[in-house]
Structure formats: structure tokens, C-alpha cells
Design a protein. Structure first.
Length: 339
């Protein structure tokens, strides 16, 4: 008969997953800062990351179980999460200020690490997360960043810097608020109040925006046709409107903040760690699938365990990955996506 572990006659209580997760995060914070106790803000962030990952795992496991064919045998549960790596990634993202409880900061996506037979958690920055990181690490940060979608009935004219214009500028007027016509493009503008000669205007056609659309873009977000299901059976196709204008806006927004040069003197280990995560997720076979299924399907990835000195590994490979399209957040309870 198996004996129960007891302490002073009382059965030893195993720590919950939340307690184990928090303990790992506390250990990583301590190793990084030398502080033994977390601040109130750090504790809240740790709780937010736990809840975000827990939710992502639950959704991924539900989809794993729903698969009739090629179902992965490893359940998408906390017991099968690469907890050591996750805790280090959480500390890096939290120290930068990315909070999964805030809309469009960062998304959690489980993906299969086949070499370990465990799940790693991919961190995908939302467009607000990109803004936060650019403002923290940027070299020459604009005083104002303006992002606009332009419709056919709007009046827009760009002015490049020349003998008649001391800086790049534009004219933009919404002629008819309730009849703006089809989207024809958009623009972003970096403005410097004390050095207007540095102002920068970038105009994007609708073709430029569409080029950044995920390869397997979800119809619920970009509009178009999708499979129609009834009682678990595919019965045809249906057309949905989606949130096309908002997705165009987010695409331009991401481009605007990616265009802020990073100051190499501000780069720290937290930045490098997230950079390494981006490089992993930029794998050609999975980037489009991840971007289209944020908090959705599990991605299979043959990946090796990270090296002991992950930051040094990231620093030795400074190549910037191709721009990954904006991840499409889950829909809010109101029936639309959380923008």
C-alpha cells in the first residue's frame, strides 16, 4: 500500500499550478532584479499572465479534442507546458510593460515543441504592444504619431519636403462622414514639434495594406467567405462582413510603430529575449498560421530546448524577421473583436 507523504501527521498539500507558476516567476524576477519580493504591480502582472495562458491552453485543448483525425496525443494542459521557459519569457515581457489583461498588448499562443513533447507558449505583440515597445526603446521618438484610413470620398493630398514646404506634410478632410466610400489606402505621420523638418509621412495604398494581410486571414476579421457548420458537420460556405476597416487601421498602425528605429543603447536582455521569441515564431511554416489563429489552434514546431544563455544567443543573431501580420484577437462578448 502506497504511503502518503506526511508532515507532522498531516498529508502534504501539493502546490496548485497557479502557485507553481507564481513561484517560477518570483524566482526569475529575483534572479533579474535581486529583489526577493514582488511589487504589487509585478504580482498583478504575474496573475494576468497566468490567467491569459490558462485561457489559451483551455481553448487549444478544446480544439485538440474536437479533431477527429490527426489529433495530437499530448493534452494541451499545464502539466505539459515548458514552465521554465515560460516563466523566463513572462519576466521579460512584464519588465517591458506588456500586460495581457490590456487590450492589444500581447497574445498567448501554445505551440508544440516536438523535441520535448511539451508545449511552449508563443508571445505575439498586439499593435498597442508594438507602440509601447517602440516608445520605450526608440531612438528618435516622434512627439505625435497619426494613423488614418483613407476612403474614396475623402480628400487627401500629400506634400513632400521641397522649396515650398519646409517639412513633409499633408491635407486630409473627411468630406462626408456617413458616405466615405470604399477604402483606397491610408497613411501614418511622425510629427516632431521642435524639429518639424524631421516630420515623416508614409502613404500606403490599399494594395500595400493587403500585402500585409495574413495568408490565411480569418473571415471573421477581414471579411469574406468561411465554412458553415451545423451539428459538427460542414454544410457549405457563408459570407461574413468582418471588421475590414479596423484591420486596415491596425495594419497601418503596426507599420507606423515598426518604422521607429530602435536605439541600440537602450536594448536590454528583456528586449533581446522577446526578439528571440519573434524570431522563433517567424518560422515560414507557422507564422501565417499563428497570426491567423491567435489563442486558437496549437502549432506544431520542431524546436530544440533553448540554450542556457538565451540572451547571448539572441544577441548573436541580430537579423530582423519579416513583419508578421497583426494577430487577430478573440471576439469580445459583445460580438465583436476587442480592438
Amino acid at each position: 500500500m502506497a504511503e502518503k507523504k506526511k508532515t507532522n501527521g498531516v498529508a502534504k498539500k501539493e502546490p496548485t499550478m497557479a502557485e507553481r507558476f507564481t513561484g517560477k516567476v518570483v524566482a526569475e524576477f529575483t534572479a533579474n532584479t535581486g529583489e526577493i519580493a514582488l511589487t504589487g504591480f509585478q504580482k498583478r502582472l504575474a496573475q494576468n499572465y497566468f490567467m491569459a495562458v490558462d485561457d489559451a491552453l483551455a481553448k487549444a485543448e478544446k480544439k485538440r479534442l474536437a479533431k477527429k483525425k490527426n489529433q495530437d496525443k499530448v493534452p494541451v494542459t499545464w502539466a505539459n507546458v515548458n514552465l521554465g521557459r515560460l516563466s523566463r519569457d513572462v519576466v521579460a515581457a512584464a519588465r517591458i510593460g506588456l500586460d495581457p489583461a490590456q487590450d492589444n498588448h500581447i497574445n498567448m499562443v501554445p505551440y508544440k515543441n516536438n523535441s520535448l513533447q511539451k508545449y511552449d507558449i508563443g508571445f505575439i505583440e498586439g499593435y498597442r504592444g508594438l507602440e509601447l515597445k517602440a516608445m520605450k526603446y526608440g531612438l528618435d521618438i516622434p512627439d505625435t504619431v497619426i494613423v488614418e484610413v483613407v476612403h474614396a470620398n475623402d480628400r487627401f493630398k500629400s506634400h513632400k519636403k521641397d522649396r515650398d514646404h519646409a517639412s513633409e506634410t499633408y491635407e486630409f478632410d473627411i468630406v462626408s462622414d456617413f458616405d466615405r466610400g470604399d477604402i483606397v489606402g491610408g497613411f501614418y505621420y511622425h510629427a516632431y514639434s521642435e524639429a518639424s523638418q524631421k516630420n515623416k509621412l508614409v502613404v500606403m495604398t490599399i494594395k500595400d495594406i493587403e500585402k500585409r494581410r495574413p495568408r490565411y486571414a480569418s473571415a471573421e476579421f477581414w471579411g469574406g467567405e468561411k465554412d458553415k457548420w451545423e451539428n459538427g458537420q460542414k454544410v457549405g460556405r457563408e459570407t461574413v462582413d468582418g471588421w475590414y476597416e479596423k484591420m486596415c487601421f491596425k495594419t497601418i498602425y503596426r507599420a507606423a510603430y515598426r518604422d521607429i528605429t530602435i536605439d541600440s543603447q537602450k536594448i536590454d536582455n528583456d528586449f533581446l529575449r522577446l526578439k528571440r521569441l519573434e524570431d522563433t515564431l517567424a518560422d515560414a511554416e507557422i507564422s501565417a498560421e499563428i497570426a491567423d489563429n491567435a489563442n486558437g489552434e496549437v502549432i506544431d514546431l520542431d524546436a530544440e530546448e533553448e540554450p542556457a544563455n538565451a540572451e547571448s544567443a539572441a544577441a548573436s543573431d541580430p537579423a530582423t524577421p519579416d513583419e508578421v501580420p497583426e494577430p487577430e484577437e478573440t471576439q469580445a462578448s459583445s460580438g465583436g473583436p476587442e480592438f
